[in-house]
Ligand binder design. Structure first.
Ligand code: FES
Ligand code: FE2
Length: 440
């Protein structure tokens, strides 16, 4: 990459605004991949995606095609999806089972599930006296520099140095605690397929939208109003409407000023939490049956603590957006300066009754999937933002809402009461970005 093409990045970010080139310059994108996505902890997947020995799942970490694989020792590892012989991709399928070992489809070098070389055809006659063979680590599949998991969620880092996963996650680990604690068995299981959406916009535009509490009642108002009309009709006829209508009508019934009642908490490394109760404890028979199972598993006091966790959304910078109360997760995989893949996953609460899973599935389909207008309306804005930022119509992106009014305590930036629509999360993300990008 031509580093001389990159101007001094410190002049690109001010506390309340960012230059447009940060979203549109290819050279800056390449540097972001190197210094952010291929350096920090990136979510690879959930352990339940690879339940059996030899199971693998492809995952993109920064620009690197990787494989998450379960070994004979039950450990989940992350390896580069590349044969050390002549560079062939080891697994062409998105996921599958390697069998007893990986076998390259080109010249049949084989590898254990931990990536170590197992055999080369006619190795003795072909390689005796050469540098190639079992003793040379370059003849094995290369592992990610670091792999750690937290409550079944596997992260990889391609840099050998840096904070450990727990330190990196900090307070944002509540995303996984909240999700798992809501399961009577204390664990979740992934629904082993996801929606994949390619957004025609820079990866940061998606992340900045996740905790943007001002946009929902604008962007999603039309969908919310239509759903609310139907919800009212059903209520009139039957006395109550299914919770799934509420998932959509809330975009209209929670008005723009009410979003200010939410609060954001902004943490080191760019992570942020949006608080706000999601209305998940109606008194319907399904919820009551679930509460009974939870009370049996945890006792009343602990159950109330679990259900009382006040989270709407957790953003784990730079690649994960989690809605733990409804077991949803979106992973961001940047493909290019103006192309971003999002993987949209959801989970089952182990031990919870089936209707509670159906609730998660309803939210997945109605709010987060590519088939809903909620998602489509967001995507349209992301694309339009990228188009506008590619023009000469202005140099800056503004993050000035409630700037200077946030409260800072022990490194955590809290929005003040009735300032939930503050652009503090965007400022916090760019603060982390600036730190990462300044690394030598
Ligand atoms: S490229 Fe894999 S064995 Fe030759
Ligand atoms: Fe949205």
């Amino acid at each position: 990459m031509l580093r001389e093409n990159i101007p001094d990045l410190s002049t690109f970010v001010e506390p309340d605004r960012v230059r447009r080139e940060v979203y549109t310059e290819r050279a800056i994108f390449e540097l972001e991949m190197e210094r952010i996505h291929e350096s920090v902890w990136i979510y690879c997947g959930h352990e339940s995606q690879v339940p059996k020995v030899g199971d693998y799942f492809q995952v993109q970490v920064g620009r690197q095609p990787m494989l998450m694989v379960r070994g004979k020792d039950q450990r989940v590892r992350v390896l580069y999806n590349r044969c050390p012989h002549r560079g062939n991709m080891m697994c062409g399928d998105r996921n599958g089972n390697a069998g007893e070992f990986f076998r390259c489809s080109y010249h049949a070098w084989t590898f254990h599930h931990d990536g170590k070389l197992r055999s080369i055809p006619m190795m003795e006659s072909g390689y005796a006296g050469t540098r190639f063979g079992h003793d040379n680590p370059e003849c094995s599949m290369k592992p990610a520099a670091r792999v750690e998991s937290y409550r079944g969620f596997v992260f990889g880092s391609l840099a050998k140095d840096g904070p450990g996963l727990l330190e990196f996650l900090g307070a944002s680990r509540v995303a996984f605690d909240d999700m798992c604690d809501r399961a009577p068995e204390g664990e979740v299981e992934i629904v082993p397929n996801c929606f994949r959406v390619i957004q025609h916009s820079n990866w940061k535009i998606f992340l900045e939208n996740q905790l943007d509490a001002l946009h929902p009642s604008v962007v999603h108002q039309s969908t919310g109003r239509a759903a609310h009309e139907v919800e009212k009709l059903i209520e009139k006829k039957t006395g109550s409407a299914p919770l799934s209508y509420h998932m959509l009508s809330a975009f209209a019934t929670v008005t723009i000023d009410q979003w200010d009642n939410f609060q954001t908490l902004n943490y080191p490394y760019g992570h942020c939490i949006l608080t706000g109760y999601m209305g998940l404890r109606p008194k319907d028979p399904d919820t009551l049956a679930y509460e009974a199972v939870m009370q049996k598993a945890y006792g009343k006091k602990r159950m109330e603590e679990i259900f009382g966790v006040n989270i709407h959304h957790v953003l784990i910078y730079p690649g994960l957006s989690v809605q733990s109360p409804l077991q949803q997760l979106r992973a961001v995989r940047p493909l290019g300066v103006d192309r971003t893949l999002t993987e949209i996953w959801h989970f089952r609460l182990k031990g919870a009754p089936e209707p509670i899973y159906r609730r998660s599935l309803a939210y997945y389909n109605l709010v987060n999937s590519p088939s809903t207008l909620i998602n489509a309306d967001d995507l349209e804005n992301f694309w339009k933002c990228h188009q506008g930022l590619s023009s000469d119509g202005g140099d800056w992106v503004s993050f000035g809402r409630h700037f200077g009014r946030d409260l800072e305590k022990d490194g955590v930036v809290e929005t003040q009461p009735n300032m939930g629509t503050s652009e503090a999360p965007m400022r916090n993300q760019m603060k982390a970005w600036t730190k990462y990008m300044a690394k030598a």
